[in-house]
Each structure stands twice: as structure tokens, then as C-alpha cells.
Design a protein around this ligand. Structure first.
Ligand SMILES: Cc1cc2nc3c(=O)[nH]c(=O)nc-3n(C[C@H](O)[C@H](O)[C@H](O)COP(=O)(O)OP(=O)(O)OC[C@H]3O[C@@H](n4cnc5c(N)ncnc54)[C@H](O)[C@@H]3O)c2cc1C
Length: 330
């Protein structure tokens, strides 16, 4: 067991300061991911700054139609909030598709966004992993890569981002709010938050080391049918092989607005503007839906065991689009 400091802070800026003053220090919120990684010595922080008692547990309307979610709101409270269930159903459904009841009671909004990949090679210190040890190589590329990514991969890493919640938040264009040790605040659109691996797979987000997430803001609700479909090996308590978040608003038999985001296949929560443009304004149609899968997969790359994800997308995406448009067109 590697020893580490454990400290608490009274406010958000002080917490950021306590992380900023020790290289490799980490915030700990629910601890459901970080503690597992520490037990395996995948993460070996010199200091843990416990933020779990900071007053960041409110869900509040902002006055301009948005909803601000405190960084420490537990996943179960967020999923059950009446405003989330009514106005952001895709998010509530994504949260309930993740983990288990006990875990969702502990897991926090910010911790969920920053949870690390479930790639088996990342969790196994005897394996080569560029994310865990930059420059070591990637055993996942030629190994057992069934759960790994086909979109956004690089020659250094093919690990998926495992979060369900983040997929729905990507669809909703959530904005992540932070504060640093000097008290400077930042608002980061979720599209710029998670980083694809490129040459630096160990850098997973655009957060600076001393930046604390304080809240996540959801813009005004989206009209239309909200769906979250998760395909996995077991009916519960399993990470996505593929997940699709969809919000489709129909007008006069056409898809007036279409938003889609994907989990389980990308190195980050995935969205394709081209795909959404292809569908927007169109009438539901089997050929159109089939072309949608082709567009999504145009730049995808399979690594052997995970090649089945191409077929999985080709079957699941049209089914989700059919469900989203059912009764309003073809
Ligand atoms: C068995 C199991 C099954 C699971 N299944 C699923 C699933 O199906 N779908 C899914 O989406 N998730 C799943 N999870 C993951 C779970 O959702 C995450 O572990 C959880 O959301 C992490 O939240 P936490 O508050 O416990 O984070 P922690 O473990 O406390 O922290 C995680 C990371 O976030 C950082 N952090 C936390 N809060 C902040 C903050 N405010 N500012 C900056 N950094 C911060 C920490 O430093 C750490 O690096 C599963 C987990 C387990 C153990």
C-alpha cells in the first residue's frame, strides 16, 4: 500500500488550492472509481482532497431556462429529479442505465464525467498501456479488445469512455463549470471537455490539474421524443458495448430536430454533426436510416474482437431512429 495524505477543504477554491500544491494530488468525490484504481495501484496519488462535504449538491433553475446541477449531486438524485425526468428524460434514462442503485447513490455528477476507461489493459499493471504509462505501448490494440473503441482511436490508444451520463450530456450540449486555485472560473462546453487520445492518451480532459468542477449546466430542454438505448452483455450492472442517446422532434411527418450521441464505441462520448444534418428535415425512411449508420461509421476502425460493433451500429441505430419517429411518418 502506498501512503498518501488525506485532507478536506471548506470551500471550492481552497480544495483546488490543496490539489494544486501537490503534484499528482486528486480530488475524491464518491470514490467509486478512484478508490478501485488506487487499490490496483493504477492511480497512486500523493494526496487525496476530499470534496464530498462541499456545498455543491443543488439542482437549480438559472432563470434563462437552463438547469444548473451541482458537481456533487449523486447520480441517483439527478435521475430522480422531477425536472430532469420531465425535461431531460434522455439524461434520466442514461443515468438509470448505468452501474447499480448502490453505486449511483455514491457516484457524483463530476466524478461520472471524469471516470476512467474500463479497458482491461489499463486496469492490469502487468500490461502495456499508454494511458497508464505514456510510451509503454498498447496491448489492447492486438489483444482482447471486444469492449474497446472503433471511433476516435489513435495508434496509441483505443480505450472507450465508459460513462452513460456523459453521452446524454453530450447530446444536451451541457456546459461544465470550474474554479481553480486562484478563484478563476471557466465554462467548458462538453464537446471540448473530453479529449481523444491522439499522441497523449493519458490526458483525458481539458481540465487543468488544479481545476475543480463545481457544476454542470444543461441548456433549455429539447422538445421531442427522448430515448436512451444501451446494448450490453448483461441486462444491468454492465458497461455499454454500444449506447445511443436520441432526441427527435417531429413536425408534419419530418424530423424537425435530430440529436444523437453514442457511447461504447468512441474514445469520448461521440456525436456527429454530419449525421444529424443528414437526418434533419427528412421524413423517416429505412434507406435514410441505413445511410445514417454508414455516415457514422465512415471513419471507424475495427481491431478484431470489436469488429462486431459495426454490425451492432447498423442494427441498433435504425431501430432507435424508428422508435424515435414512430407514429410520425413512415
Ligand atoms: C461495478 C461498477 C459498475 C459501473 N457501471 C457503470 C455503468 O454502467 N455506466 C456508467 O456510466 N458508469 C458506471 N460505473 C462508474 C461510476 O458511474 C463511476 O465510478 C462514478 O460515476 C464516479 O463518480 P465518483 O463521484 O465516485 O468519482 P470518484 O471516484 O470520486 O472520482 C473519479 C475522478 O473524478 C475526479 N473528480 C471527482 N469530482 C471532481 C470534481 N468536482 N472536480 C474535478 N475532478 C473531480 C476524481 O479526482 C477522480 O479522478 C460503474 C462503476 C462500478 C464500480
Amino acid at each position: 500500500m502506498k501512503t498518501f495524505d488525506y485532507v478536506r477543504a471548506d470551500d471550492a477554491v481552497a480544495a483546488a488550492g490543496k490539489v494544486g500544491e501537490v503534484a499528482g494530488a486528486r480530488f475524491i468525490a464518491g470514490g467509486t472509481n478512484l478508490l478501485d484504481l488506487m487499490k490496483l495501484q493504477v492511480e497512486t496519488p500523493e494526496r487525496l482532497v476530499d470534496i464530498s462535504r462541499l456545498p455543491l449538491r443543488d439542482i437549480a433553475e438559472t432563470g434563462d431556462g437552463a438547469l444548473r446541477i451541482g458537481a456533487l449531486v449523486p447520480n441517483s438524485d439527478l435521475a430522480a429529479d422531477p425536472r430532469i425526468r420531465r425535461d431531460y428524460a434522455v439524461l434520466s434514462r442514461a443515468l438509470l442505465a448505468g452501474a447499480s442503485g448502490q453505486l449511483r447513490n455514491k457516484a457524483t455528477t463530476a466524478g461520472n464525467l471524469l471516470q476512467r476507461t474500463r479497458c482491461g489493459y489499463f486496469y492490469e499493471p502487468a500490461s502495456a498501456c499508454n494511458k497508464r504509462e505514456p510510451g509503454a505501448g498498447c496491448d489492447g490494440m492486438k489483444g482482447f479488445n471486444r469492449i474497446l473503441a472503433i471511433l476516435g482511436t489513435s495508434q496509441h490508444c483505443i480505450a472507450t469512455h465508459p460513462s452513460d451520463m456523459a453521452v446524454a450530456m453530450r447530446l444536451l450540449d451541457a456546459v461544465i463549470e470550474t474554479v481553480d486555485a486562484k478563484g478563476q472560473e471557466r465554462r467548458i462546453p462538453i464537446a471540448e471537455f473530453h479529449r481523444q487520445p491522439g499522441d497523449t492518451p493519458h490526458i483525458e480532459s481539458s481540465l487543468r490539474p488544479d481545476e475543480l468542477i463545481t457544476a454542470v449546466t444543461l441548456p433549455k430542454p429539447l422538445a421531442g421524443r427522448h430515448i436512451y438505448r444501451k446494448v450490453r452483455d448483461r441486462a444491468s450492472y454492465a458497461f455499454a458495448l454500444l449506447s445511443i442517446a436520441a432526441v427527435v422532434d417531429m413536425e408534419d411527418g419530418r424530423m424537425a430536430d435530430v440529436r444523437l450521441a453514442f457511447g461504447g464505441i468512441g474514445t469520448v462520448p461521440w456525436r456527429s454533426a454530419e449525421l444529424e444534418r443528414h437526418l434533419k428535415g427528412q421524413r423517416p425512411d429505412a434507406a435514410l436510416f441505413s445511410k445514417a449508420s454508414d455516415l457514422l461509421l465512415a471513419d471507424a476502425h475495427g481491431y478484431g474482437d470489436n469488429d462486431f460493433k459495426f454490425d451492432l451500429v447498423r442494427r441498433t441505430l435504425p431501430a432507435v431512429l424508428q422508435e424515435a419517429t414512430r407514429g410520425d411518418g413512415a
